[in-house]
Design a protein around this ligand. Structure first.
Ligand code: SF4
Ligand code: SF4
Length: 367
């Protein structure tokens, strides 16, 4: 374990840029922490934290200058790995046929700065969806292969976090190139830093650092343990697949449907939701056509429209589909849960629907 001092943090960003990475990280926009291009450490949310609860999100000033003193914002890294809107191909009419020209895959080398452990686990889940099996999403794969991940271990938990229940945090255990633990204490501001890959080792060798002393390592571990002990939410996952699938007619689905607006916020903010639709457009001359891929959601009526009608017409059926897929049938499909406990769907639900409370309600009243 090594130590990077705060005043040298900018050198990490510089080293990444020297190695042709586009540095993306947390920054403040419209009253929220969002992921965007980072040109210097001054772009990070220095001295800000986020307060979260069901349907509530506020930024507040901290009493220190931590760079990563918040939890997670409304966006996740899927915004870059599987963008919300992308052109798949365009077609041009020639004399007696159409030529279809696929879009070139985006070979940008992203360096993601500040990836939380739950988010890293969400990326592993999307890796399974997009790159395992017979059909590989080449756009996703190229971006993912090119990406450099700077994970940041959580030393504080948020009001809607439950990564401990999902076994996905708060410490990043694998899959990062560099991991950081931020320590602000007694007038000192340092990062415990370690590499997790050859790419990470190379970057680490290009920036000043020293070996950590045992007290520093112990203190970093204490902070992470404290975050684990103060999770905002708990989800009892024991036998959860069978619990949900054996209760598809439970009255709780009607209760939640009375409140749910079917707005799809929960799916847009979720770092593992991956559904998309395609839209085709043509110009007025009929000589140019395009196909675009856009994020879609199981909360829309159109999502389940096939041959003359939608399969899931009611809000009840759509909410049940989303939650049972996340927590039950995802296991059958991909061998893991579809939820990493980031809490975003709870924070950003306008009517405060809480996935942990919904599971609890079914559990407490099922036979
Ligand atoms: S659960 Fe909440 S966020 Fe999700 S669709 Fe319903 S109202 Fe919208
Ligand atoms: S279902 Fe909710 S808590 Fe779970 S990963 Fe998605 S947004 Fe996060």
């Amino acid at each position: 374990m090594k130590v990077l001092i705060r005043s040298d943090f900018y050198l990490l960003l510089e080293a990444l840029r020297r190695n042709n990475y586009k540095t993306i990280g947390p920054t403040i926009k419209d009253g929220a922490i969002v992921y965007d291009k980072i040109n210097s450490s001054e772009d990070l949310p220095i001295g800000w934290t986020d307060k979260q609860d069901a349907g509530k999100y506020r930024l507040e000033k901290r009493n220190d200058d931590a760079l990563f003193g918040y939890v997670v914002g409304p966006q996740s890294w899927k915004k870059f790995l599987n963008p919300p809107i992308q052109k798949l191909w365009h077609a041009a009419k020639t004399e007696n046929k159409f030529d279809i020209i696929p879009e070139k895959p985006d070979d940008t080398k992203f360096a993601f700065i500040g990836v939380r452990s739950c988010e890293l686990n969400a990326i592993f889940i999307q890796d399974k969806v997009f790159t395992s099996g017979e059909y590989v999403n080449q756009n996703y794969k190229l971006r993912r292969d090119n990406a450099f991940i700077v994970a940041v271990n959580c030393v504080e938990s948020g009001g809607t976090c439950f990564c401990v229940s999902m076994n996905t945090g708060p410490k990043a255990e694998k899959g990062f190139d560099i991991s950081l633990t931020e320590i602000v204490k007694d007038g000192h501001h340092n990062f415990l830093i370690e590499s997790g890959s050859e790419k990470g080792e190379k970057i680490l060798s290009e920036i000043p650092h020293r070996t950590a002393i045992q007290n520093e390592i112990n203190f970093g571990n204490e902070l992470i343990s404290n975050a684990a002990a103060t999770m905002g939410r708990v989800l009892d996952t024991s036998n959860i697949r069978n619990l949900l699938l054996n209760n598809l007619d439970h009255p709780q689905w009607d209760k939640v449907a009375e409140r749910c607006l079917s707005c799809a916020n929960c799916t847009m903010v979720c770092p593992t939701c991956f559904c998309t639709t395609v839209e085709d457009t043509t110009d007025l001359t009929g000589e140019h056509a395009e196909r675009w891929q856009k994020w879609d959601s199981c909360f829309t009526i159109d999502f389940s429209y096939i041959h003359g009608g939608s399969i899931r017409n009611s809000v009840k059926s759509r909410y049940r589909q989303w939650m049972t897929h996340k927590l039950a049938t995802w296991h059958d499909q991909f061998g893991t849960s579809g939820c990493v406990g980031c809490g975003r769907c709870i924070t950003w639900c306008p009517v405060e629907i809480d996935i942990t409370a919904e599971v609890r309600a079914i559990k407490e009243s099922s036979k």
